[in-house]
Design a protein around this ligand. Sequence first.
Ligand code: SF4
Length: 691
Amino acid sequence: MPTDTLAKTLCPYCGVGCGLEVTADARVRGDRAHPSTLGMVCVKGATVLESIGKDRLLYPMVRARLDEPFRQASWEEALALVVGRLRAASPESLCFYGSGQFVTEDYYVAQKLFKGCLGSNHIDANSRLCMSSAVSGYLQSLGSDGPPACYDDLDLTDCAFLVGTNTAECHPVLFNRLLKHRKQDLNSRLVVVDPRATPTAKAADLHLAIRPGSDIDLFNGIAHLILQWDRADQRFIGAHTQGFAAMAEVVRHYPPEAVARRCGITTAALELAARLWVNSARVLSLWSMGINQSIEGTAKVRALINLHLLTAQIGRPGSGPFSLTGQPNAMGGREAGGLSQLLPGYRSVADPDHRRQVEEHWQLPSGSIAARPGRTAWEMIEALEAGAVEVFWIAATNPAVSLPDLERTKAALLRSPFTVYQDCYYPTETARYAHVLLPATQWSEKTGTMTNSERRVTLCPAFHPPPGEARDDWQIFAEVGRRLGFAEQFAFADAAAVFAEFAALTRGRPCEMTGISHARLEREGPLQWPCPAGSAGTARLYTDWRFATPDARARFAACHARGLAEPPDPEYPFVLINGRLYGHWHTLTRTGRIEKLLNLYPEPFIEIHPRDAGKLGLGEGDWVEVRSRRGAIRLPARLTLAVAPGTVFVPMHWGALWAEAAEVNALTHPESDPISGQPEVKSCAVQLSAL
Ligand code: SF4
């Protein structure tokens, strides 16, 4: 370790999970020894320290009613209030909404408190908006969650197939690694599938600017051509998969001409994409929210995995399906059971054996964990509307900006009889809806682990004193648990003890981490799971082509395309899509407080094709009202060929704290994938009018 290094840690923004070194004089640089990212870092990671001292919530605050001002309270008073409400409420009336910003230890203790001790599975996370379709897609196709590939595969692939991911802006370090590989291997190819000509798409050998919502048409169309050209790997299919015949019957209905028409691309472009896939020895597909945030997100993930199964492009260096996680520790959340249908160790609440295993580990009576999956994030909003919630506990996330259909979301939040909001920043848009504010530590102030997109676990130590009276999230949950009478279950000496208990619960599971401990991570550096005791970690999954299903065979999906939940129509003729910008993060709670980042994109905007702008009489910078069936916002126009006529793009970051009437989720709808419960926040139908 360089002599001026104060701490080695992980960037707390995106799922790339770049290793960082923080110096004694408060500089941040990439950690060259971190095996995932080898010293690379983007502008967000490089500036992250600038946000930690600004606008912090320092003390517990309470109020009896939302129209009263907060008053400072002691931890004793605030926790007594929370515990009293929890005791008085039924398990069915408790909801907890957490975050991919948690460290794994936070996630684990929260699961134990809610699912174990309080008997409520109504504990979900903002990962529901991010990766839950990838989770269900992996589970149904491969038998388990968990990305099969690793970052080294970016350097080894012959064809990187990027779908619904603006990697250049959202996962820049990985994108730069891909570009470097292309420079070194002139035969490698980059295909980008995205309705918008993003910076990622502009760097591609082939950009398929498909119509929003036509991804399954495209994947089934490529599968059709692979079969038509007799390029499927029948040996692999026969030995290692199930469901081929049903899938082949479905894709028979996706001939190139019809697919090209539905996708809005040429037949030649479709055939070129299919040729690049079948002629490349190693194909790596990468995706993120453009696939997951959809009413058919699970089916999209599975239709993409179909292509890998058809061509045996999985479990080998340089190949495989690879979801790019949005948040820094959404992966750790999945491992710790941080969605309402999950239990720690990639277990399911619906599985009686899984519940028994976890209850025994937690030393709780049989039947403590409820058998039914809990409410998803949006179902919690519906439960608030129905008056079915007594306590709503929100931590480390900002749903008053990030959930869809914001007018409805905010009205539901106003109906909550008692909301606890546990966060590190104040003010935020969500604090407005809280009765109790609990100050939490954040990255740099607490010790814990995070898992990045390639399943690599990194220890993130505390190296900065917490401000005011802020406490670690897991310590707050543990203290509440002890006050509820579960002293033994929450007698953790420190975060290392929490991790040790969690890791023991992963024994024999696909995400086994019994070989990982805080002490080993500190001694040896980050490790990839599965990592049983004595293992050096595992770079790739399914290298023996034995999948995590009962018969070890992967499953083809036979799925037809449904398209968008809300397609354009004469009244709302435009498709609105949305996404992130380079330098910004989610709802601006951090990046909005860093001047350099704010200056990159100081204001929201809407991208419109010049032809549409001409019809509406709009020039560059003119203000536009964007209206959907749910609400309206006002934005200045940017005229660009990056979007096709009929499609507009709005960045997702701005909430009411940062700009007036610019919240993209005022427009979006909550229609969700029936399997993953992930809402289609990516797109909706809108009308535009000049102001
Ligand atoms: Fe942080 Fe992601 Fe940037 Fe890496 S790429 S420095 S993890 S924001």
